[in-house]
Design a protein around this ligand. Structure first.
Ligand code: TEU
Ligand code: CA
Length: 563
């Protein structure tokens, strides 16, 4: 089976603001990334996704773009960018940029002109509405809290923002908007980037209720704000816009289009990534990272492996024919995986490596988030001033105004906030973990003296070396890239057991998600399976003709012989 380069790749997400500072201002930058390209090469990844690097006032740290053709001044210059591109390419590492085109910053020229001149060429670039009886046109709530409509004094109208008020949504039904966006995308592809991660790409087409009878118009029972997701996710013209994007942009380049999709299940996903006309190549979705929450992320519930396996299995079945999957456990929007799906306190090394083994052997393209490869963990917040993320700040303020105990809220933020994964990359045990000579823009994790890349690099038995080994294993065993996926004991609450199989090779992957020993294999089959790797046992420690029980948080891989 022949795969595209992005299907064979192991991807690595960099959050530039927190990766490496080069000039002592406490903010990571492109020259900092350039100085760490050798590290990426050593790790063995094939593709880097940079969170947004375009000019931005940083209401949402780059996810609010004020100029799509300029590098954010804190991050450097276009020359720096080109140097980074070349440094990566000379090591066969592809470069993926984050395209945020559902909305812009309110500082973008388009928005400024749109506010000033309703009849001018940009008047219709955003969603404007005069309102009804001095109220917004409907009761949609924004994802970061508050109403999704903001009154604009200048234009004397409301505008739509599904996220922060400084992130007005573009009006995709205006073909001029679309043309402008395609130009920007072509500009970067011509500059040699290898693809895009497309931010909330399934929100482009909004389904505005038309009459005053809809619940979204009038709000909930007491007129309160309603969740806008059903009206804005996978809307009526989404397919049309994406098909156009494909023919105007994607079809002209050897590139990968990775869509971030919210409120999208595997059936919706099929329409986006399967079949020869599919507009996108793969999706970053949220089903598996919502399993440990109730209504929303601030209401945790316990994680169930059975549910997790069901999500993985269902997405695989839906997409393997003519489509492709992508996996991530941590991102710049999610807390650290080792705290969430493992046991960072009692089994830090084992649960971090067990998650690595899983991520790198599931059927699809794996995305490693910076710092997970050295076992970075969530933060302890002691002071509200330490919270930098607008979503968490809004949540904190709301809870305090409702009379909640600040300590409890800080503790919850230390479990759930996006700040957790945005703390500076821990390079070594020197001042500020080697991230900056200045004051880091965001709280540094105080475990950096124990948890850092320098201490693990080339050290046997480190998390970093285990990641490297598994990344190499993907090259040694192509079945990990192109093989079928077949799960066993789906109902088991502690073990994730699956096979990867192609015409030459079959691998068996056993993952123990529990703190207890687990029996699984019978010794009578031992002649049939050859031990390959484990995060607990070495080759020498694994007995012949026997299957030791799986240790707590052990991941083990066998190869099936004689076929
Ligand atoms: O994320 C979309 C998104 O749905 C998140 O806001 C998610 O709901 C939230 O992080 C859960 O805590 C993308 C970007 O990845 C995110 O960083 C941006 O803030 C957002 O879009 C707006 O651009
Ligand atoms: Ca800097």
């Amino acid at each position: 089976m022949s795969l595209d380069w992005w299907q064979e790749a192991t991807a690595y997400q960099i959050y530039p603001r927190s990766f490496q500072d080069s000039n002592g201002d406490g903010i990571g930058d492109i020259r900092g990334i350039i100085s760490r390209v050798d590290y990426l090469d050593y790790l063995g990844i094939d593709m880097v996704w940079l969170s947004p690097i375009f000019a931005s006032p940083n209401a949402d740290y780059g996810y609010d773009v004020s100029n799509y053709r300029k590098i954010m001044s804190e991050f450097g210059t276009m020359e720096d960018f080109e140097e980074l591109r070349d440094e990566l390419h000379s090591r066969d590492i592809r470069l993926i940029l984050d395209m945020v085109v559902n909305h812009t910053s309110s500082e973008h020229e388009w928005f400024k002109k749109s506010r000033e001149d309703p009849d001018g060429p940009y008047g219709d670039f955003y969603h404007w509405h005069p309102g009804k009886n001095n109220e917004p046109p409907n009761k949609w709530g924004a994802f970061f809290g508050g109403a999704a409509w903001e009154w604009d004094e200048k234009r004397q109208e409301y505008y739509l923002h599904l996220f922060h008020p400084a992130q007005p949504d573009l009006n995709w039904s205006n073909f001029k908007v679309r043309e402008n966006v395609y130009d920007i995308m072509n500009f970067w592809l011509e500059k040699g980037v290898d693809g895009f991660r497309l931010d909330v790409i399934n929100l482009l087409s909004k389904n505005f209720p038309e009459t005053g009878t809809d619940s979204a118009d009038n709000g909930g029972a007491n007129g309160e704000l309603v969740d806008c997701t059903p009206f804005v996710a996978n809307g009526p013209r989404l397919q049309e816009y994406l098909a156009e994007m494909k023919s105007e942009v994607f079809d002209n380049f050897d590139m990968v289009a990775i869509g971030e999709v919210i409120a999208t299940d595997d059936r919706e996903a099929k329409k986006l990534v399967t079949g020869s006309e599919a507009p996108l190549d793969m999706l970053l979705h949220f089903e598996h990272v919502k399993l440990d929450q109730n209504e929303n992320k601030w209401q945790p519930r316990s994680f169930s492996l059975v549910e997790f396996k069901e999500v993985i299995d269902r997405w695989y079945r839906s997409l393997y024919k003519g489509g492709w999957n992508a996996y991530y456990l941590t991102s710049h929007d999610q807390p650290r995986a080792v705290n969430r799906f493992g046991d960072a306190e009692n089994f830090w090394y084992r649960s971090a490596t067990m998650l690595a083994a899983m991520l790198l052997t599931l059927p699809g393209t794996p995305f490693i988030y910076q710092g997970d490869e050295i076992g970075m963990t969530n933060l302890d917040f002691t002071d509200p001033a330490e919270i930098k993320d607008i979503e968490a700040i809004n949540f904190y303020e709301k809870m305090i105004s409702q009379g909640h105990n600040p300590e409890d809220i800080l503790q919850l933020i230390g479990q759930r906030s996006r700040d957790n994964s945005r703390s500076p990359m821990q390079w070594n045990d020197s001042n500020n973990a080697g991230f900056t000579d200045g004051e880091p823009w965001i709280k540094l994790n105080d475990n950096y003296e124990q948890v850092n890349a320098a201490q693990q690099r080339n050290v046997r038995g480190s998390i970093l070396e285990f990641y490297r080994r598994l990344i190499r294993l993907r090259d040694e065993y192509s079945v990990l890239k192109d093989g079928f996926f077949l799960q066993s004991i789906a109902e088991d609450e502690d073990l994730f057991v699956y096979w990867r199989r192609n015409s030459e090779t079959t691998l068996l992957i056993l993952i123990n998600f529990s703190a207890e020993e687990q029996e699984f294999l019978h010794d009578e089959f031992s002649h049939n399976l050859e031990f390959i790797v484990s995060n607990v046992l070495s080759n020498k420690e694994h007995p012949r003709q026997k299957f030791p029980a799986l240790n707590p948080y052990e991941a083990r891989i066998y190869k099936q012989l004689g076929r």
